[in-house]
Design a protein around this ligand. Structure first.
Ligand SMILES: [Zn+2]
Length: 196
């Protein structure tokens, strides 16, 4: 049987319904094959983090996403809600559209999606519709996360497709970007209010 990393379903804390904070550190203590996979996942999440930084630089909520197909990076995108004035312009949606165009197929088979923030209901829906087999996310989203926090749409067996979810990958870096972004906004608002 091929080695599989622990998934959300395997490691959910039964009481709280969510992962313990070090949930994604588990494979690091595992066999070398797991550690190699972990290095690869860290690298791909790094590209997503870079996308999130680009979002921040253009005044968008810093969320970035990349899609990998059979070891090749085929799409990267960041949140563009403000620039496009489009409530659906989340990083995942833009990346999924780009990946489908690249593959010439709406079925994103043999792909992995990496996103810095837990997908919302809309993006989780798009991930299911695109038949993406594996989803890796960084920070949990307590207000809109639908891959474990508010609900877990991706691993609901009632849907005809259930991607495996790997949460908390480089979560501190992903979360720090968001924290910095919103702190800056609050400071700007305060300064603006003081007439500075
Ligand atoms: Zn979303």
């Amino acid at each position: 049987m091929p080695l599989r990393q622990p998934t959300y379903a395997n490691h959910r804390d039964e009481k709280s319904g969510i992962f313990p904070l070090d949930r994604f550190d588990l494979p690091r203590r595992g066999p070398p094959e797991w550690r190699a996979m972990q290095d690869e996942n860290d690298r791909y999440m790094g590209y997503a983090i870079r996308e999130a930084q680009r979002a921040m630089e253009s005044g968008e909520v810093p969320v970035g996403c990349v899609i990998v197909h059979e070891g090749e990076l085929i799409a990267k995108a960041h949140n563009q809600r403000e620039m496009l004035q489009d409530p659906t312009a989340h990083a995942e949606i833009l990346a999924i559209t780009a990946a489908a165009a690249r593959l010439g197929s709406w079925r994103l088979e043999n792909t992995r999606l990496y996103v810095t923030l837990e997908p919302c209901a809309m993006c989780a829906g798009a991930i299911i519709l695109a038949r993406i087999p594996e989803v890796y996310f960084g920070a949990y989203d307590p207000k809109a996360g639908c891959c474990g926090t508010l609900m877990n749409l991706l691993e609901d067996p009632r849907f005809n497709h259930q991607p495996a979810v790997f949460p908390g990958l480089r979560s501190e870096e992903c979360g720090a970007l968001l924290t910095t972004f919103f702190r800056n906004i609050r400071e700007q608002q305060r300064n603006g209010g003081d007439g500075v």
